[in-house]
Design a binder for this molecule. Structure first.
Ligand code: NAP
Length: 295
């Protein structure tokens, strides 16, 4: 079998960002400059990298961005007050609170506080509900939204396909299943969702026409767990020690890429697959928020 085609998230992301430019220009022509606020509490190194990348992506796209940095010992009330300020700020159309949050802060209360109209991460129950119901005014969480776009733009047909998702987090697995079940492009799939209590997981993943993995378990999915010819999307991004790398670590996916590429028909690399799409879809959601704000 010939090796799998590479699904290039960096390239698809670049195309999608250039397609977004006219929508941003049209908003600006109406006097609306889309704005995103990113709130980071504490000094988690991975979160700091993501926040910097989001700010840079906004800048490149011509989206106004504001980064709010708060110390690790920030009381919950202080963070909620900051969210209230951003909820009321007319320059800000999207608000994102970088997770994870320090222990003294209850994540659920924070996510509930973000105004649903500005919740570009799609974590507020109002947006979760809208996404499940297929209401297009709801914000689709950026990572599964990005995976869906990767499939559409790589010409992978989801209609009638059996998609197996490994992982049921609120961030990835659950909204991914909701998007794939919808009636429309990138939807109409038959969806199976696996998790840590799934019995004989390999027997389930081997049934997938499209296998989407979001576990956070480096190289868990091996070639023997993949049906020959399946499309494999690897969401996993875990830092693993690598003394050969300048930084001392590298990013690993949840799929054993070298083994899987000999079996799959198409596969995403890590990095350079799902990762770049996540930030692009955040930009799309911010533009959607600004459009809905003006409507
Ligand atoms: P999470 O909240 O830790 O969820 C992991 C899921 O995997 C859970 O549902 C868990 O099942 C399941 N799981 C763990 N071990 C398993 C096993 N042995 N067999 C079957 N299922 C198992 O993680 P997440 O937030 O969804 O993120 C998953 C990965 O994606 C991480 O590596 C994360 O860094 C990455 N990620 C990447 C991006 C990106 O932009 N590229 C964005 C988001 C996340 P239970 O529910 O039963 O515990």
């Amino acid at each position: 079998m010939s090796p799998a085609k590479l699904i290039d998230g960096t390239e698809i992301s670049r195309q999608m960002r250039s397609e977004l430019a006219p929508a941003i220009a049209a908003l600006k022509a109406k006097g609306v400059n889309p704005g995103l606020a990113v709130v980071l509490v504490g000094e988690n190194p991975a979160s700091q990298v993501y926040v910097r990348m989001k700010g840079k992506a906004c800048e490149e796209a011509g989206i106004y961005s504001e980064t709010v940095l708060l110390p690790d010992d920030t009381p919950e009330a202080r963070l909620l007050a900051e969210i209230d300020r951003l909820n009321a700020d007319p320059r800000i159309h999207g608000i994102l609170v970088q997770l994870p949050l320090p222990k003294q802060i209850e994540e659920h209360r924070v996510l509930l506080r973000v105004a649903p109209a500005k919740d570009v991460d799609g974590f507020h129950p109002e947006n979760v509900g809208k996404v499940v119901l297929g209401d297009p005014t709801g914000f689709r969480p950026a990572t599964p939204f990005g995976v869906q776009q990767l499939l559409i733009r790589s010409g992978v047909e989801t209609k009638g396909a059996h998609v197996v998702i490994v992982g049921r987090s609120n961030l990835v697995g659950r909204p991914m299943a909701a998007l794939l079940l919808q009636d429309g492009p990138g939807g109409n799939a038959t969806v199976t969702t696996c998790h840590s209590r799934t019995r004989d997981i390999g027997s389930v993943t081997r049934q997938a026409d499209i296998l989407i993995v979001a576990m956070g378990k480096p190289r868990f999915i091996t070639a023997d767990m993949i049906r020959p010819g399946a499309v494999v999307i690897d969401v996993g991004t875990t830092r693993v020690d690598d003394p050969k790398s300048e930084k001392g670590f590298r990013l690993s996916g949840d799929v054993d890429f070298d083994g899987a590429k000999g079996v799959a028909s198409a596969i995403t690399p890590v990095p350079g697959g799902v990762g770049p799409m996540t930030i692009t879809m955040l930009l799309y959601n911010t533009v959607q928020a600004a459009k809905q704000w003006t409507a």
